[in-house]
Design a protein around this ligand. Structure first.
Ligand code: CP
Length: 307
């Protein structure tokens, strides 16, 4: 019998059970230890990116190529027949006949769900507006487990734009599957959406809200920093909150010795390069792990038998 991830879409992290998350993380670990160059032979991945990306697009591409697959796609809608008035639904419907799996990033919330409805082939949401970025959440979980040797029992500070940060939305929901304690640090106007906070509360997750980094640094195992989403804020809102949280190496003098700093990247002003050379920095390893986790996803979604 095929495993439960075969030919599935991944649109929201809430689509996955604890067992499925564990299967993805274990498969990623195996692929990191022992590369597989065959799993995607004769498969074509369509990278459909309607918004800029460095890590997500290129790590999906690298993952597919290293597994023996091929990649097609685009990095904006500038050259698509969308310019002639074609709908997103028709565009995706057509591409789904040209590829075995579609990865889509789009500025509009809900666009990935619409794409999954239009496509006969599995669709992975690579970020839809301020909504979800589930493959990033899996990369984050994989990296947390790698750098702390556990997931249950971790204390995590989530810092920055918690309102529009899709990586935050997916990650907090993924972490609900484990026993974790959250410290949410953000400017007043950019706090976690009520719907997500209510969801956490209903599921018995321990969390608190804070406005300064200093008060949480000594308590946590992970600081997960995020950039202010300038493209999703109006100029007045942005000017009010920019430079509010900048993590520097000096601020980490009170940190626990096992602390690791993660960031989905790109960084702008919120994380000083002075952290790069400290033992706390783990964000470049996190970005590198993107390839293994996305290899795991592609392998599981496109192969009936898991290895
Ligand atoms: N982490 C992340 O989504 O980065 P990109 O926007 O560069 O893909």
């Amino acid at each position: 019998m095929a495993h439960s991830l075969y030919q599935r879409d991944l649109i929201s992290i809430n689509d996955l059970s604890l067992e499925q998350v564990k299967t993805i993380l274990e498969t990623a670990k195996k692929l990191k230890q022992k590369p597989d160059t065959q799993a995607l032979q004769n498969k074509i991945i369509a990278n459909c990116f309607f918004e800029p990306s460095t890590r997500t697009r290129l790590s999906f591409e690298s993952a597919a190529l290293r597994l023996g697959g091929k990649v097609t796609g685009f990095t904006s809608d500038g050259d698509l027949s969308i310019q002639k008035g074609e709908t997103l639904r028709d565009t995706i419907r057509v591409i789904s006949d040209y590829a075995d799996l579609l990865v889509i990033r789009h500025p509009r919330e809900g666009a990935a769900r619409l794409a999954a409805e239009a496509s006969d082939k599995p669709v992975i949401n690579a970020g839809d507006g301020a909504n979800q970025h589930p493959s990033q959440a899996l990369v984050d979980l994989f990296t947390m487990e790698e750098c702390q040797n556990k997931l249950n029992g971790l204390s995590i500070a989530l810092v920055g734009d918690l309102k529009y940060g899709r990586t935050i939305h997916s990650l907090t929901q993924a972490c609900m599957l484990f026993d974790m304690r959250f410290y949410f640090v953000s400017p007043e106007g950019l706090t976690l959406p009520d719907a997500i906070a209510d969801h956490l509360k209903k599921n018995g997750v321990r969390f608190s809200f804070h406005q300064t980094l200093e008060e949480v640094i000594p308590k946590v195992d992970i600081i997960y920093l995020t950039r202010l989403q300038k493209e999703r804020l109006d100029e007045a809102e942005y000017q009010l909150v920019k430079n509010k949280y900048t993590l520097t190496a000096g601020l980490l003098s009170q940190a626990k010795s096992n602390l690791k700093v993660l960031h989905p990247l790109p960084r702008v002003d919120e994380m000083d390069t002075s952290i790069d050379k400290t033992p706390f920095a783990y964000y470049f390893q996190q970005a590198a792990n993107g390839v293994f986790v996305r290899q795991a996803l592609l392998t599981l979604l496109l192969n009936e038998k898991s290895s």
